[in-house]
Every structure is written in C-alpha cells, then in structure tokens.
Design a protein around this ligand. Structure first.
Ligand code: NDP
Ligand code: 8X3
Length: 265
C-alpha cells in the first residue's frame, strides 16, 4: 500500500466488470492518499462508482469520473489536456476497456462489429498508451510509470467464433511486447495480464444484450470475478519499482485453455 501512496491511477473501461473492480481494489489497497481517474462511455455508472468508493474508503481517495470513448481518437486527444491539474501526473495506466461482439465466423462477420472490436481493443489501447506515455517519459531515468494492459487467453489461443476478438487480443499482446522492448532503458513498466474466464458484462455484450445466452456461458463452471483480476492488477502495480510482472495468465480452477472448461453437469 505504501508504494502506491500519492499515485494517480487511470483505469479505462471502469463502468463495469474488471475495470470497476480494479478502481475499487486500488482504493482499498491505498485508502489514504490516492487519485483515480475512471473512464468509460457510461458516465452515470462512473459517478456511481465514485460514490461507492467514497462510501467504502472515505475522502482519502479522490475519484475523477471522465466520459471517454477509447474508440474515438479525437476524444483521446482531448483527454489529457482537459484533465484538472491535480490529476495530470498519471503514474499508472490500466488499459482495460474492451469488448467482444458476436460469435460469427468468416464469411459472416459483421463489418461494424469487426471495426468496433479493433477500434476499441487495439487502436483505442494504442491511442491511450500514446496519450499517456509522454507524461511518463518526462520523468527521470528515461521515464517512470506503469502501463498495465488487459489481454486475454483469447490472444494466446484463438478459437472458432472468436476470429476478430482473438485477433485483437493477439494484437494487444504483440504491441505490449514491442513497447516493453522500446522502453527497456527506462523505468516504465509494461505489464500484461491475461484473464481466462471472468463473469462480467462481457458475455452480455457479446450476445447483444441477451442475458440467457450470456448465462449459458457460465453454466456449470465457476468463473473468476472482476475482483480476482483486480487483485492481480493492483499487486503488479504495487511491486518494488525494479520488479516487472511482465506477463500473467489467470484461470479459474476448471479452465485449461480458451474455452477449455470442465463443466459440472
Ligand atoms: P465488461 O463488459 O464488464 O466491461 C467492459 C468495460 O469496457 C466497460 O466498462 C465498458 O464501458 C468499457 N468499454 C467498452 N467499450 C469502450 C469504449 N469504446 N470506450 C471506453 N470504454 C469502453 O467486461 P470485462 O470487465 O470482462 O472486460 C474488461 C476487459 O477484460 C476487456 O478488455 C476484455 O476483453 C478483457 N477480458 C475479459 C475476460 C472475460 O472473460 N470477461 C477474459 C479476458 C479478458 P462502457 O460500455 O461504459 O463504455
Ligand atoms: C475473454 C476470454 O475465451 O471467453 O477474453 O474469449 S474468452
């Protein structure tokens, strides 16, 4: 907790799931002196999150909700310049915003879904990184700060019906590794955390709001929760500066690959 004290954390996709849990876990871990910028498209949910954090830990954590669509380059460009001065010195960027749409296979993949996944999961993550890196690079020793990218088992093991989503997460993995190599002479830590199955709004979004299809994904299994991944994110950010938790794959007990799940019948 001491190592996080005084830091400014930025979490994208904080209105739900892993991102929401991550903001809360940072607040719990360092409740005395922390700033958290929470972003997503749904501002109302972010305001609610800010209220929940205040209720849980009090005023030691300052939360700034900002409406930000990472798939929109113009919004990202505007993001840092419009931050209040006290939130500008970002120390940790958690690139979490992301989504999957559908289970279509080629040649039936919807062009809009495809563009949305790439623009959010890949271009959005890269644009966020490019927006924040200059802040990190101004610091001594070539720069300091943490970039924590949420990848997926899907980026390591592509599966049928996930052609686009898996490709976006493979792209995240590739970009992350290039970045770590590019920043080797600095104190900027480049961290990837790849969750297996986590029960969030992920599947509801995948099935265009069809809750019963989403529930079927988790039937007979015990998925991870957003909090489980949040703990790993905060652990990585809280290590001694010279320790880089570069790459982590996190499964629930009964998972051993993308879609490789032992189901209780
Ligand atoms: P949720 O659907 O619960 O949360 C996704 C978050 O991303 C929401 O806060 C959503 O906010 C935000 N988001 C989506 N599109 C945009 C956008 N264009 N701009 C800004 N924010 C956006 O799912 P998860 O918590 O599960 O997903 C978080 C990350 O974890 C994703 O990158 C996902 O790929 C990854 N992941 C998830 C796994 C799982 O099994 N659930 C497994 C492995 C990885 P809003 O709609 O308000 O914009
Ligand atoms: C989510 C994991 O395997 O359901 O990133 O696509 S999977």
């Amino acid at each position: 907790a001491k190592r996080l004290e005084g830091k400014t954390i930025l979490v994208t996709g904080a209105s739900s799931g892993i991102g929401k849990s991550t903001a809360k876990e940072f607040a719990r871990t360092s409740p005395k002196n922390l700033k958290i910028i929470v972003t997503a498209r749904r501002l109302e949910a972010l305001n609610q999150l800010a209220a929940e954090i205040k209720e849980e830990v009090g005023d030691g954590v300052k939360v700034l909700p900002v409406k930000l669509d990472v798939s929109n380059p113009a919004e990202i460009k505007n993001f840092v310049p419009s931050l209040p001065a006290e939130f500008k010195e970002i120390d940790v960027l958690v690139n979490n915003a992301g989504l999957v749409k559908g289970v279509a296979q080629a040649p039936d993949i919807d062009a809009e879904d495809m563009n949305l996944m790439f623009n959010t999961n890949v271009t959005g993550l890269i644009n966020m990184t490019q927006a924040i890196l200059p802040i990190f690079k101004k610091r001594d020793e070539g720069g300091r700060g943490d970039i924590i990218n949420i990848g997926s088992i899907a980026g390591r093991e592509p599966y049928a019906g996930g052609g686009i989503y898996c490709a976006t997460k493979a792209a995240v993995r590739s970009f992350t590794e290039s970045l770590r190599k590019e920043l080797i002479a600095t104190r900027i830590r480049v961290i990837e955390i790849d969750p297996g199955q986590v029960e969030t709004e992920f599947s509801v979004v995948r099935f265009y709001g069809d809750k019963s299809k989403a529930d079927a994904v988790y039937k007979g299994v015990e998925p991870l929760t957003g909090d489980d991944i949040a703990e790993v994110v905060v652990f990585a950010a809280g290590r001694r500066e010279n320790v880089v938790i570069a790459d982590t794959l996190v499964y629930p007990s009964h998972q051993a690959g993308a879609g490789i799940l032992h189901r209780k019948s």
